[in-house]
Design a protein around this ligand. Structure first.
Ligand code: UDP
Length: 381
């Protein structure tokens, strides 16, 4: 069969590769002039630093098959994400761990004492936390919530934490030991040559043709048996029911000498600081040596027409809109919606790859069983 792919990020690259290896033809349309979507990396010509053009990406997964899969396409160097945060004039360690708790409260507690102490801070009246705020108050209490989460979250999402789902905060662990690894997954790393080299390797197959700087347009569809679409689902339907809400990011990029902040990620929890974090990209590649440095200061705001969509908001209003798009998508013949934008979900890279591998298997099963390929292998609602 002949497949079209809209987008050259992880979703389409992985599906295209699997189908190409099974003997099918794939044409990948990508509107940007590079592959890898928002994971794109590019070496800075001035400093030699590998830059994460659309914000930092650290690969982490508990899925052994996905870890082996990505390692097939290039070397991953071990990397542990250790994040710092500035709050009320001091620097602390994230995720919240024993060092953060002891420093913040000026104490020297051991794990058991800290747990007992945090229980005295926590709001035990909250049984089943539904919102971000409830989740924080129940598990860490008001002082830590206000110091580390409330301001950052208001800046990042432009909404009250009492309106946001608890699932956003569940991404972050709270630890009663000194483990400051931001992620709890077994496997973690960053590709030695960057993410774009990995995606380019996945796409490097005689049955795959990649057309960069070529947006997928509906008139192209009749030339193919099926389309995998990883663009925004509302854009596919020309925003017929309105725009799904996203947050976008503005990056203020700066080149400097030496070491600017001494770490890869420094968050800024206070609301008086207009940005959410500064990332210094040479620290994402500690195996390299660079005299000069590149920093990205990150500002979050509501995504408007023409902006790059980053974080799907998915509150009640957006979910109702998404439902409308799902119903038309499910009637659209010969299209499968994939990935973060195609299914309007906040997806980490490893989940994206897992879903793409499963989508390819499911697609091959449909072809073998002469069944239509569904609009969604993972239905977003
Ligand atoms: N968060 C926070 N303070 C921080 C870091 C994160 O309040 O210093 C909240 C914020 O709402 C964020 C969420 O926790 O959106 C998830 O954080 P994560 O680091 O996973 O965000 P990402 O790196 O995906 O932007």
């Amino acid at each position: 069969m002949r497949f079209a792919f809209a987008g050259a990020g992880f979703s389409c690259a992985v599906i295209a590769r699997e189908l190409a290896e099974a003997g099918h033809q794939a044409v990948v349309f990508e509107e940007r002039d590079h592959v890898a979507g928002n994971c794109h990396t590019q070496r800075c010509s001035e400093t030699g630093v590998m830059q994460h053009t659309y914000g930092p990406h650290i690969f982490h997964t508990g899925d052994e098959e996905v870890w082996h899969y990505v390692n097939r396409w290039g070397e991953f160097k071990p990397y542990t994400n250790r994040v710092k945060t500035q709050s009320q004039g001091a620097v602390y360690s994230l995720p919240l761990n024993l060092l953060t708790i002891n420093q913040f409260f000026g104490k020297t507690m051991n794990p058991e004492q800290a747990q007992a102490f945090i229980r005295t801070q926590a709001d035990t009246s909250i049984e089943e936390p539904k919102t971000f705020e409830e989740q924080a108050l129940k598990f860490v209490g008001r002082a830590l919530y206000e110091a580390f989460f409330r301001g950052y979250t208001r800046k990042q999402w432009g909404r009250e934490p009492s309106e946001l789902p608890a699932s956003i905060l569940k991404r972050l662990p709270v630890r009663f030991n000194y483990d400051d690894n931001y992620f709890s997954h077994r496997y973690q790393g960053i590709p030695a040559k960057g993410y774009s080299a990995i995606v380019a390797a996945i796409l490097d197959h005689p049955n795959i043709e990649v057309r960069l700087a070529t947006p997928f347009t509906p008139d192209l569809k009749p030339g193919f048996d099926h389309l995998f679409y990883s663009g925004p689902i509302d854009a596919y339907f020309q925003y017929e029911f309105g725009r799904l809400g996203y947050r976008t990011l503005d990056f203020q990029r700066a080149v400097a000498d030496g070491d600017v902040q001494g770490c890869a990620v420094m968050n800024y929890a206070d609301e008086s600081v207009p940005f959410t974090r500064i990332t210094e990209h040479k620290h994402f590649a500690p195996w390299e040596n660079h005299e000069r440095s590149v920093t990205y200061t990150e500002f979050s705001r509501e995504c408007e027409e023409g902006d790059i969509p980053y974080y799907p908001i998915r509150l009640v209003k957006e979910q109702a809109l998404l439902k409308q798009y799902l119903s038309v998508a499910e009637q659209e013949p010969d299209v499968t919606f994939v990935g973060r934008l195609g299914t309007y979900r906040y997806l980490d890279m490893d989940v994206t790859i897992r879903e793409a591998l499963d989508t390819a298997v499911g697609t091959l099963e449909c072809i073998a069983g002469l069944r239509p390929i569904p609009a969604f292998f993972v239905r977003p609602l």
